[in-house]
Design a protein around this ligand. Sequence first.
Ligand SMILES: Cc1ncc(COP(=O)(O)O)c(C=O)c1O
Length: 499
Amino acid sequence: MQSRWQRGHSVLDYVRDGFFVPGILTKSITEDFCQEENEMTDNKRNDVPYKIYLSEDEMPKYWYNVRADMKVKPAPLVNPGTGQPMKPEELLPVFCKEAIDQEFDNDTAYVEIPEDIRNFYKMYRPSPLTRAYCLEEKLGTPAKIYYKFEGNNTSGSHKLNSAIAQAYYAKHEGLKGVTTETGAGQWGTALSMACAYLDLDCKVYMVKVSYEQKPFRREVMRTFGASVTPSPSMETEVGKKILAEHPGTTGSLGCAISEAVEAATTREGYRYVLGSVLNHVLLHQSIIGLETKAALDKYGVKPDIIVGCAGGGSNLGGLISPFVGEMLRGENDYKIIAVEPASCPSFTRGKFAYDFCDTGNICPLAKMYTLGADFIPAPNHAGGLRFHGMSPILSQLYHDGYIDAVAVPQTEVFEAAEYFARCEGILPAPESSHAIKVAIDEAKKCIETGEEKVIVIGLTGTGNFDLVAYEKFNDGVMDDYVPTDEELEASFAKLPKVE
Ligand SMILES: Cc1ncc(COP(=O)(O)O)c(C=O)c1O
């Protein structure tokens, strides 16, 4: 039967109609209201609660390395100087030793999470898996929608899962500090939190346009003790070179990576850490998928569709790892959808080729879906997801047909974000909203077909610091820019040649 809510009544109607005075709710009205609510509960809601919380004891003790089950492994990193696969020792000046070991380990399926990292995780994990009952009702869909919410920490996103792991290894290896890049600031914020906890120095190169226009995350980073430099800067040789070639540039992630790598390799006791793309980052993020699976298993729920946004690929890789593992082992099948911005469409319009991860071309080459290391999304692109390449693991899985990809325009993403916020009471990050948009599209298809598909969304973070973008959307001045084929071809023409 229809609930009052579906008929357009709410507690507010009782207040307006004079039935309800807070504190003196009459018994009969309470019973009437609750009875209908309960009928709905009986019909629909008693099987799964709104939020599935695992206990701290149920939090995974091992990360899962999906590469162990991949028949075709992701292609190795290549040394741009020699054209040969990178050897682990060649990366020692750049990354922590443990991160390198994890990066090269294609065989160990389960990697123990050190107890200190698990204890840090307990400050904000296990994160809830929420059944989006309100969204389902508003849409009128028979689909069952869940979202795994990673925004419950001050950095506001999933990035902390890998930040603490990488900072922990740096500390363990006796380093003084780490360097990194950040765009809008989620990763830099996460790393500054992890470094503050472990008493490590943290140096962040922040894309200049974000440094100037998004002061809030910058100040959170400084509050946690990080030093934040707008990039490109005159602090590094590569920064000076980029500024000489592109005077007045507002920067890009690729530039900031080059500066952070140079800063790490030219300073005693420092290493560089990266928040996405690389294999070891996806390994750390597998905690998202492992918890999601454990929570669903508790209620005997099997997803049909898993949707995540894809920037460099870390949240999506982490969310889907245990599910893809089952697909790779022939145990189960899922539809997995990677959602990217139409303005930075690495999967859907990129080339599967070796490319640099940075603009300054000082990093190793990775084989990935790429738009070319020089590609910078148009300035009107508001959210994150602006990296030119994609995780080699996800690239290989996409190439082999295990995952689908969709590119969506940003105005439609913000429409979905607003719709979701009004139903579920969470202001989603613009990045996460890409996944919400496609999940809503899938749920609408279920209205047509009557299918009760289970859809899981990776809700990677909050949009509380993204209000300039929301302001543009609310003022109706946000538009969409989709790169032309000619622009992409010009960028592909500069891809390095690797045999
Ligand atoms: C909230 C949020 N979600 C998703 C992403 C995309 O990154 P990745 O593809 O590595 O998960 C970012 C990147 O900055 C982010 O801040």
